[in-house]
Ligand binder design. Structure first.
Ligand code: FAD
Ligand code: MEZ
Length: 569
């Protein structure tokens, strides 16, 4: 016996897990997962039992309802999905090491016989709009299209929802929002436009930036009306004012927003299909969309008849081969992204005739923890942390744009630096608790102890913190012109962790117009094909500002959903 299925079958027969001819009846494995729960209890119940571990494998931070089969595979070796970012290497029954083995869209095209057979037959289902991807763009599009009167099916290739959106930490940018008003923050849509264009080195499509900024407060209001809490507003790199919205207390924005969108999709009874990969957009003879060919991880190929498709497949930062092809400097870099950020949606779009914009612009996030395998949110710096090198010196304005901060870190000895903060920063941002729980942050009442632990020059670190605190008191950073100095670092314990840049965001993607319609190489609209989010290019130019992606995906996701619903009518 070398897998869970054989183990169960020996004692209980195949019917312990399956109800229909010993086969899964859907790719969500809804029957199989409910069978797991009926014997072993719900995820929350299992989490109670496993809370003795340092990191509780079942107390997941993923939104939605992660299913048992995400990690506990039936007929294959079990793997810890968390290890796609972390390296917990929990002991799993019949477990193996996390690995990704996803054929490319080009490789799948070789399965011609199966595909042609399926396409010659009837569709497995019909809908108005099929949405590809369950990140923030996909869910926003699905909910908006549904609310505009369309029947919607959403497909997601991963076993869990949320894509990169669920990992978003620091915030969602919006100008002239109700939350800013409540906090007395003065901002203007025009300043958000200026900051975004400046951060993108003027390479952005100005029409798309106008849509982003003009609808940003509306998108916060739209999410709030559906149950989101975006009342805390902080600062991100490259922003002139505090405009990054997140839940009260500074919890991660992405998991919260995805949970709200997911809950709203569930309330609307939207058909959501996990483990279901989009492989080809199907078109009528006149070039308009007629549906989508998908490959279910358990049920194989089938096609969905749809009058419109919305591509919301995210970026490709986790695919280092593709990243290095566009930006060779980033070859071999780690990435902050979820494992599905491989860019195969771009291949699906390209095969449907879509043109691409700005693929050469790939962004590194300056503060990734090599020890934890996770990105440390810019909000830690925004809320007051400083960056020091091994000599104990500051070397950059900590909240400059991330391309500048990343380049500055790479120039330091060892190509890395240290984030240093105190209890007042910790208390200002819930997200920090997660990093501490992961065991990747050094903590001490004495700066000198932290310096010794991390091999930083202790005397110089003490002098740097003293100097920084005096600059905070004077209200001006005379050393690096950091525009915000939220707090001195002198309360309670000190904290520090090593950080280095990692590939984070791909600014380029499918070319869209101001109705989120996909354009072909000739600059014409592909009728019925829409795109939104990180799968598109043009919004962020050569460099995205922190907090602008969540704004982008919700605003353009909504737009794509509304426009697709209008089109099908
Ligand atoms: P995603 O959320 O990535 O969703 C795309 C989905 O499509 C994925 O689930 C993927 O599996 C699926 N998919 C791909 N191909 C296929 C296919 N062929 N068939 C079916 N499904 C497919 N931005 C901010 O503005 N603020 C932040 O605080 C912030 N923090 C971040 C923190 C981290 C660690 C990361 C990685 C990113 C962060 N970002 C942040 C960036 C932001 O999260 C992403 O740019 C954004 O969420 C992308 O949303 P999306 O919906 O376009 O794509
Ligand atoms: O926009 C981002 O990618 C972002 C704010 C990330 C983060 O540091 O939290």
């Amino acid at each position: 016996v070398d897998n869970l299925a054989e183990f169960h079958a020996e004692e209980l027969g195949c019917e312990a897990c399956h109800v229909d001819n010993n086969q899964p009846i859907d790719d969500n494995l809804s029957v199989e997962n409910s069978q797991c729960a009926s014997c072993h209890g719900s995820l929350a119940e299992v989490a109670e039992e496993t809370q003795r571990h340092h990191v509780n494998a079942h107390d997941s931070h993923l939104p939605g309802e992660p299913s048992c089969t995400t990690c506990h595979m039936g007929h294959e070796q079990s793997v810890t999905y968390c290890d796609s970012c972390h390296s917990f290497e929990f002991e799993l029954p019949f477990g193996g090491k996390w690995q990704r083995d996803e054929p490319t869209i080009a490789e799948l095209a070789l399965e011609q016989q199966q595909r042609q057979q399926v396409l010659a037959g009837a569709p497995a289902l019909s809908t108005d709009v099929v949405v590809i991807g369950s990140g923030g763009a996909g869910f926003s599009a699905a909910v908006a299209a549904f609310d505009a009167g369309a029947k919607v099916v959403l497909v997601e290739k991963e076993p869990v929802i949320g894509g990169n959106a669920k990992l978003a930490a620091g915030g969602m940018n919006a100008a002239e929002s109700a939350s800013q008003d409540a906090l007395g923050i003065e901002d203007k849509v025009s300043i958000m436009v200026e900051d975004t264009m400046k951060g993108g080195y003027g390479k952005n499509d100005p029409a798309l930036v106008d849509i982003l900024a003009n609808n940003s407060a509306g998108s916060v209001a739209w999410l709030t009306a559906m149950g989101a809490d975006l009342k805390d507003v902080g600062r991100m790199g490259g922003a002139s004012v505090n405009r990054s919205h997140r839940p009260t207390g500074g919890a991660g924005v992405g998991a919260h927003v995805v949970q709200v969108l997911y809950d709203n999709a569930v309330t609307r009874d939207i058909d959501m299909r996990l483990n279901t990969r989009a492989v080809e957009i199907l078109k009528h003879a006149d070039g308009s969309v007629r549906g989508l060919l998908v490959k279910g991880a358990h049920t194989g190929y089938y096609w969905i008849e749809a009058k419109a498709a919305i591509l919301a497949t995210g970026g490709f930062a986790k695919n280092n081969e593709r990243v290095a092809h566009h930006d060779p400097k980033l070859k071999g870099f780690a990435a902050t992204n979820h494992p599905g950020a491989t860019g195969d949606g771009l291949d699906v779009a390209a095969n449907a005739g879509a043109s691409m914009t700005d693929l050469e612009y790939v962004q590194a996030h300056p503060t990734y923890s090599p020890l934890g395998g996770v990105m440390i949110t810019e909000a830690v710096r925004g809320n007051g942390a400083i960056l020091v090198n091994r000599d104990g010196n500051r070397f950059v304005n900590e909240i400059t744009t991330r391309d500048v901060a990343a380049a500055a870190i790479l120039k330091q000895k060892g190509g890395s630096a240290f984030l240093v903060f105190d209890d007042s920063v910790r208390k200002s941002l819930k997200k920090i608790e997660g990093y501490i729980a992961l065991g990747i942050v050094s903590e001490s009442q004495q700066l000198s102890e932290i310096a010794a632990e991390l091999d930083i020059d202790a005397a110089q670190l003490a002098a740097t913190v003293k100097r920084y605190n005096s600059l905070v008191e004077g209200g001006k950073d005379l050393d690096f012109a950091r525009p915000n100095l939220p707090r001195a670092l002198n309360q309670g314990a000190y904290y520090a962790l090593e950080v280095t840049p990692a590939v984070h965001h791909t600014m380029g993607g499918v070319t869209i117009d101001n109705r989120a319609e996909v354009q072909n190489e000739q600059g014409q609209t592909i009728k019925g094909l829409y795109a939104a989010g990180e799968a598109t290019g043009g919004v962020h130019g050569a460099n995205r500002l922190g907090g602008n992606a969540i704004s982008d995906i919700v605003t353009f996701g909504r737009l794509a959903g509304e426009q697709a619903a209008k089109y099908i009518k």
